[in-house]
Design a protein around this ligand. Structure first.
Ligand code: NAP
Length: 283
């Protein structure tokens, strides 16, 4: 068996017409502000991709790139002014932040209604309760990808490896709300192989190159590899050993070109959702 590759670029493109139709109904273009602090090269690439996609959709944008030594108080003031700016519907602070800045305090300063990354505790709490919220883009992108690919989740034995607030934890909540039976594994899990081997849907978000051997994958499983790891030779690989996993799985996300493009697509959707809630449609 060779798994069907779930092409995130293509799925993300297929969602664009519906999003454009929603944007056309707004009273003004959705506004997105992206704050980047310091010179992290990966962040520069990610932010560049976000701006590029937002520009193609006609968003109003503010790109704020601040020096690494920017005091936290300055960052908090900036967020307060963006919270008050009526033309801005979404505020994103690109992580990681420099060590002298308390990331939790910065994220908590964002108006939850403009929190298009879905990292604010209010949005996490609303998601946990199954209430409407802004949902973190990566797990939301995974869910949307499975939906578009026609892979139903009801009753599936799902295993999520990783429990970060950005990926693993919200992913588990979304899968449970989609009626999968969910196990969350992490660095302290005993016998990870046994859990992985049971998974009909395996989502891996740990950030360690090829940490999950392909031979562990249950035959016929759907494998979602969220990890993005750069090897010493410059190649990008996921958290799952892709070659052997592809031989056993029924569907698999490539790295790159799988979950990454869906994350950016969901950031655009979250910004439009926020704009709809804040602006209301054109009368
Ligand atoms: P993170 O905050 O570092 O969390 C990693 C999680 O993996 C933790 O819960 C940790 O367990 C667990 N873990 C670490 N080593 C493990 C092991 N050997 N076995 C089992 N569990 C292990 O990472 P993250 O922010 O969730 O990101 C994870 C990966 O996804 C990274 O490669 C990141 O670059 C990638 N990512 C990709 C996208 C995208 O758009 N494609 C978006 C976001 C993140 P403990 O909790 O016990 O420490």
């Amino acid at each position: 068996m060779s798994a069907r590759l779930l092409d995130g670029r293509e799925i993300a493109r297929s969602l664009a017409p519906a999003l454009r139709a929603r944007i056309a109904k707004l009273t003004r273009p959705p506004g997105l502000a992206v704050i980047r602090v310091g010179e992290d090269p990966a962040s520069e690439v990610y932010v560049g991709k976000k701006h590029e996609r937002a520009a193609r959709l006609g968003f109003h944008q503010q790109s704020l790139h601040l020096p690494a030594e920017t005091p936290e108080a300055h960052l908090l003031q900036l967020i307060a002014s963006l919270n008050d700016d009526d033309l801005i519907d979404g505020i994103l602070v690109q992580l990681p932040l420099p060590p002298h800045v308390d990331a939790a305090r910065v994220l908590a300063a964002i108006d939850p209604a403009k929190d298009v990354d879905g990292f604010h505790v209010v949005n996490s709490g609303r998601l946990a309760r199954g209430l409407p919220s802004l949902v973190p883009c990566t797990p939301l992108g995974v869910l949307r990808m499975l939906e578009v690919a026609g892979l139903p989740l009801r009753g599936l034995e799902a295993v999520v490896v990783g429990r970060s607030n950005i990926v693993g934890r919200p992913m588990a909540m979304l899968l449970e709300q989609a009626d999968a039976t969910v196990t969350v594994a992490h660095s302290r899990t005993r016998d990870l192989q046994a859990h992985v081997g049971r998974a009909e849907l395996l989502v891996v978000a740990i950030g360690r190159a090829e940490a999950i051997p392909g031979a562990w994958v249950r035959p016929g499983a759907i494998v979602i590899d969220v990890g993005v790891n750069r090897l010493a030779d410059g190649r990008l690989v996921g958290d799952v050993e892709a070659g052997p996993a592809q031989e056993r799985a029924t569907a698999l996300t490539p790295v790159p070109g799988g979950v990454g493009p869906m994350t950016i697509a969901m950031l655009m959707e979250n910004t439009v959702t926020s704009a709809e809630r804040r602006q209301g449609p054109r009368s």
